[in-house]
Design a protein around this ligand. Structure first.
Ligand code: CA
Length: 231
């Protein structure tokens, strides 16, 4: 049995049934909403652990649901969008969503997203403001400004270190190219995705045992990157 309590917001009955059937089988408890207003009401009255949110709702834009929830809570939000809504997906992440599922998705993808977010919920030592971050063999001492892999200190450039810190402080969450480039270079450079890729590649060479099959930093093609919480 699972003690994670979810809110599923989806107006499409077929997609909603796929999600709720999967959750039921796995022993998750959940509530459902079929429009934005109901979603905001249930999120505030029932305080779920995770929200699955369809972006195309009949009464309002899913982005506005995210903004509304973010005004009072940082509970994880996983958005559900069609492939044609890629821009909306990125906007949703930049508005505070944690992760996304692209329709059509499989039960395995749904459960993988749920596990990734569940791990983030139970992750210790990843709160913003804590001075030491540990994830598998990776360790960052924020106050000393240095990072280690096992016993070995990593020799990172300032940008690689900043990138690693941003990903670590948001472990389990997908960070968009825009978010990362703005944080690193400022708003004027928000389209500097090519440079971001270069620094990501050099960072990966230093922290991943196999940069072609990364364990720590996952690529989301056309969207951004996520640090994975190690088991
Ligand atoms: Ca919809």
């Amino acid at each position: 049995m699972n003690n994670i309590f979810l809110l599923v917001v989806e107006d499409d009955a077929a997609v909603r049934n796929l999600i709720t059937t999967t959750l039921k089988v796995r022993g998750y408890k959940f509530l459902t909403a079929t429009n934005g207003e109901e979603a905001i009401m249930l999120a505030s009255s029932h305080n779920p652990d995770i929200v699955f949110l369809d972006l195309g709702l009949p009464d309002m834009d899913g982005i506005d649901v995210i903004k509304s929830i973010r005004a009072w809570s940082d509970l994880p939000i996983i958005v559900i969008s069609a492939r044609s809504e890629d821009r909306d997906k990125i906007e949703a992440l930049d508005s505070g969503a944690d992760d996304y599922l692209t329709k059509p998705f499989s039960v395995e993808e749904l459960l993988a997203r749920l596990r990734a977010t569940g791990r983030r919920l139970s992750a210790h030592g990843t709160e913003k403001g804590e001075s030491i971050f540990v994830n598998g063999k990776l360790k960052i001492d924020f106050s000393a400004g240095c990072a280690f892999l096992g016993e070995k200190e990593l020799h990172l450039t300032p940008i690689e270190y900043k990138l690693l810190c941003l990903l670590s402080q948001n472990v389990g969450k997908v960070l968009t190219h825009t978010y990362l480039t703005q944080k690193i270079w400022g708003a004027a450079w928000e389209n500097n995705v090519a440079s971001l890729r270069v620094f990501m590649a050099t960072l990966r060479k230093k922290i991943e045992s196999d940069p072609n099959s990364p364990q720590y930093i996952q690529t989301h093609v056309g969207v951004g990157y996520r640090m994975l919480k190690q088991e």
